[in-house]
Design a protein around this ligand. Structure first.
Ligand code: HEM
Ligand code: HEM
Length: 154
């Protein structure tokens, strides 16, 4: 850690962004296919594609949770202590945690009647993640620009 907090290594950054991209895209494609597919017609190839999207989603989502967990010590706590990107980072962390909990509840709903509500909540949180992550990256870029100014060099 330097005075400006903790940066991600290029490998962590790229893996994290790739996993996020796959999880967001597979979730959104599953939603869009839901509008296009005929729910009664199981011979529709889009049904199979939709199912495969969800399998891909479930698997990569857990890699993403693991990657975010790896960040917690240095990236999250380090930048939190250095007061960098706090508000957006905290929101991003909370959304990821709620996605992980609601995703688990989709596997094991506390009550079968609640599944639809949990699914809607999970999808809303998913869209929130898709918006918050680019904001987090923009904020990171702005911070980097400030820290590279000659008057901030140490
Ligand atoms: C309290 C929580 C968090 C705080 C305070 C925080 C803070 C920051 C800061 C200050 C930067 C800029 C670092 C730099 O380039 O100098 C940054 C970048 C970044 N953060 Fe976070 N963050 C938090 C949570 C997260 C989470 C949960 C994720 C994962 C989904 C994440 C992913 C990233 C990524 C991918 C970058 C860009 C790194 C780069 O461009 O090199 N952050 N964060
Ligand atoms: C840390 C992030 C995430 C985790 C851990 C996660 C986890 C899960 C899990 C475990 C499922 C159930 C899979 C199944 O039934 O086979 C699921 C379903 C789903 N997820 Fe995610 N997810 C995450 C992020 C997202 C994002 C970013 C989106 C959308 C942009 C999204 C959209 C969906 C959708 C549409 C479903 C299907 C809902 C249903 O079956 O009713 N998820 N997710």
């Amino acid at each position: 850690m330097n005075t400006w907090g903790v940066r991600l290594s290029p490998f962590s950054r790229n893996t994290l962004l790739l996993c996020s991209l796959i999880v967001i895209t597979s979730g959104v494609v599953w939603m869009v296919l839901g509008w296009l597919v005929d729910a009664q017609d199981y011979s529709d190839p889009l049904h199979t594609l939709r199912h495969r999207m969800l399998v891909l989603h479930g698997i990569v989502a857990y890699v993403l949770v693991w990657m975010a967990g790896r960040l917690s010590n240095l990236h999250q706590q380090g930048n939190w202590r250095a007061h960098r990107n706090r508000r957006n980072g905290l929101l991003l962390t909370a959304v990821l945690a709620l996605l992980a909990v609601s995703g688990l509840c989709l596997y094991y709903p506390p009550h079968e009647d609640w599944r639809e509500t949990i699914s809607q909540l999970h999808q809303g949180l998913g869209i929130a993640l898709a918006l918050l992550l680019p904001l987090h990256l923009l904020a990171a870029r702005a911070l980097r620009r400030i820290s590279s100014r000659p008057d901030n060099a140490r």
